[in-house]
Design a protein around this ligand. Structure first.
Ligand code: FAD
Length: 411
């Protein structure tokens, strides 16, 4: 059997490693429009911050040789002929397949694509983006940066640039940051903390209206309210578009069931896959590394002869790079809310039928593992959750292992 992957990203690398470790001896070809060994986009912010991050090549730089893969790098796949069982790359190369693993991920979405014509404007998605930004900062002695977009990726990028020593402004259209991974109170708490402690200048409820360039190079950005921000670097982090059109003709992701099949010969996984939620959320694009890896493992197990079903995705997010007050959340912010907060911490859980329906933890990660476990295991928690949330030192998990009640809630 010959297997071809579209993508060499997190899902595809995990899939191939699982196949080889499971004894698959057939031919494997991996196609990517990028030139790299498989890398983890999660690590890119550390590189942007100027920190050593060798683990960006999370499966090893020698991945292709180690797992006897034929890499087709810098070869964008431009056509898939499902009936013939073959794909074509931009250079005209044709690869036939017995099974296709489609894990093409997503790409940056630019509200104004023409901005990319200016030198100094970048997306923040790929290792190639990161290397271009890094080179540009070095070559132009960039001191100031503007990031547009205050979601997970925009905040991640802004914190990394600040850590590197740049003066950073973040422009966000909403009244609070991280609005998709928090509720109103949690988001406001996280936004206030970021404003007080990150050293980043925030322009909330603002949008970038226009760019000023000199000789094609970015000089400043203009906000809608007339504010001018002097900068040579603009990072656009306003969202991603799944790379699904190649397979489905549409850019909405590819819906798959628990077998992850788009058709009998094509498996789909990672940021491009629309899957069901593991607990009770709607079907959707749940674009995180753990979901991509879990899907890849199910797909590989089934190629190896197993009959595994994907258990569904979680919308769990952890923002903790370059800040000392992490933001952790999962699930839906609906139901009865139970909250503990002080000047350092904001902890809120939403309950439905006595079980955790969603949660937001800002300030530390002491309870993150325990609350996650209570959430996914669907244990009734209504009688003890107040005590758990008030547990400043994070002892309640260990107390639960010993059959003890959580520490008494703080007065
Ligand atoms: C800056 C950043 C930080 C992140 N931080 C976190 C984090 O902290 N925690 C977390 O869980 N998740 C994080 N993520 C998300 C995580 O990286 C993704 O969920 C994960 O990489 C998805 O894996 P994937 O294989 O679906 O896509 P990717 O890893 O993006 O791989 C997609 C692959 O498809 C290739 N490709 C696309 N189109 C074509 C084509 N036409 N032809 C050939 N090849 C093609 C690409 O070159 C690439 O190899 C982060 C993402 C970014 C960008």
């Amino acid at each position: 059997m010959k297997i071809v992957t579209v993508g060499t990203g997190m899902a595809a690398a995990e899939f191939v490693q699982q196949l080889r470790q499971g004894g698959f001896a057939g031919e494997i070809v991996m196609c990517s429009d990028e030139p790299h060994a498989p890398y983890s986009p999660c690590v890119i912010p550390y590189l942007l911050a100027g920190e050593p991050a060798d683990n960006v090549y999370w499966k090893g730089r020698d991945f292709y040789a180690r797992y006897q893969v034929t890499p087709r790098l810098g070869e964008k796949v431009v056509e898939i002929d499902r009936e013939a069982g073959l794909l074509r790359t931009a250079s005209g190369r044709i690869e036939n397949y017995d099974r296709l693993f489609y894990a093409a991920g997503s790409r940056s979405w630019f509200p104004r694509p023409e901005w990319l014509e200016a030198e100094g404007v970048f997306g923040f998605k790929t290792l190639s983006d990161m290397q271009s930004i890094d080179r540009y900062i070095g070559e132009h002695g960039v001191q100031r940066a503007v990031v547009v977009g205050g979601g997970f990726i925009g905040v991640d990028a802004a914190l990394a640039l600040r850590h590197r020593g740049l003066q950073v402004s973040l422009v966000h259209c909403h009244e609070r940051l991280l609005e998709r991974m928090t509720d109103a109170d949690g988001g406001r708490f996280a936004t206030d903390k970021l404003q007080q402690r990150s050293g980043i200048a925030f322009y909330m409820q603002s949008e970038v209206e226009a760019l000023d360039c000199n000789g094609g190079q970015l000089q400043r950005v203009w906000l809608q309210n007339g504010t001018a921000l002097e900068t040579q670097l603009l990072i656009v982090a306003t969202g991603f578009v799944p790379n699904s059109a190649l397979l489905s003709g549409r850019e909405e992701g590819i819906a798959v069931g628990d077998d992850l099949l788009a058709d009998p010969r094509i498996l789909v996984a990672g940021d491009v896959a629309v899957t069901r939620h593991a607990i009770d959320g709607p079907d959707g694009l749940y674009a995180t590394a753990p979901n991509a890896i879990a899907q890849a493992r199910v797909a590989a197990a089934n190629i190896l002869g197993g009959v595994e079903r994907y258990a569904g995705s979680l919308n769990a997010n952890v923002l903790r790079k370059h800040i000392d007050f992490p933001v952790v959340s999962a699930g839906r912010f609906e139901g009865e809310s139970v909250t503990f907060s002080n000047d350092r911490l904001f902890r809120r859980v939403y309950l439905c039928d006595d079980r955790i329906n969603g949660y937001i933890l800002v300030g530390d990660t002491r309870l993150a593992g325990y609350i996650y476990d209570l959430y996914v295991s669907r244990q009734p928690v209504a009688d003890k959750i107040q005590g758990i949330l008030a547990d400043i030192r994070g002892e309640s998990y260990y107390r639960s292992l010993m059959g003890l009640a959580p520490v008494a809630p703080a007065c």
